[in-house]
Design a protein around this ligand. Structure first.
Ligand SMILES: C[C@@H](N)C(=O)N[C@H](C)C(=O)O
Ligand SMILES: [Zn+2]
Length: 208
């Protein structure tokens, strides 16, 4: 008998219309920050029961094509967030309203008051991540001027203080992702939403 064991931490099959990125583009590195402690909450975020990138099939196919072009140029994409469950957004909102918890301030929002992060556009109440069409990503090992999820003006994609190699890397990432149908969020150099579907619908399930 041929029993196949799935050794991936992503045990569950995503719902209809979604795919596990690892199944279609295993060369893309997954550093799923909200499933662990290395994020602006400093703890695993509700809704992420496993460190897995789930995306709408159309967005995943476009990301795979972008990665193939990057790989041909010797680069590797690394993703930090993909589909985001509503439970995670609820946890982000609750966190922003708890002034007693400033554990990650120095690392993630040193210049800002966390209660303002939604109004300033760094975190969304209705995120395109929840439609399975958004992805937070970078070229692995490259300097982008600020780290992923640093909530600061300097993370705005076009911030004029970001020059040299970091500027080139931001511009190259935007050019690559735009070519494959994604749109960058001007507030954050790492956030892209796939625009090639006519029915972006938020859904509610846990990533497992
Ligand atoms: C929180 C950050 N990684 C992000 O994705 N921000 C945008 C605005 C979002 O929440 O959709
Ligand atoms: Zn994002």
């Amino acid at each position: 008998m041929n029993i196949q064991k799935d050794s991936s931490p992503c045990a569950k099959q995503p719902p209809a219309g979604y795919v596990r990125l690892a199944d279609i583009a295993p060369g893309i590195v997954q550093d799923m920050r909200y499933a662990g402690v290395e994020n602006f909450l400093g703890r695993p975020v509700p809704g992420y029961r496993a460190p897995c990138c789930w995306l709408r099939q159309e967005a995943a196919a476009a990301l795979k094509a972008a990665h193939e072009e990057a790989a041909a140029e010797g680069l590797r994409l690394v993703v930090y967030d993909c589909y985001r469950p509503p439970a995670a957004t609820a946890a982000f909102i609750a966190w922003s309203q708890d002034p007693a918890d400033q554990k990650m301030k120095a690392e993630y929002y040193p210049q800002l008051d966390k209660k303002d992060l939604f109004e300033l556009g760094y975190i969304a109440r209705q995120s395109t991540h929840t439609t399975g069409l958004a992805v937070d990503l970078a070229f692995e090992g490259f300097d982008f001027g600020t780290p992923f999820d640093l909530f600061d003006d300097k993370s705005n994609t076009a911030d004029p203080r970001v020059a040299g190699a970091a500027r080139q890397n931001r511009d190259r990432l935007v050019a690559l992702m735009t070519k494959y149908g994604f749109e960058n969020l001007p507030h954050e150099w790492w956030h892209f939403t796939y625009k090639g579907v006519s029915d972006p619908v938020p859904v509610d399930f846990e990533v497992a």
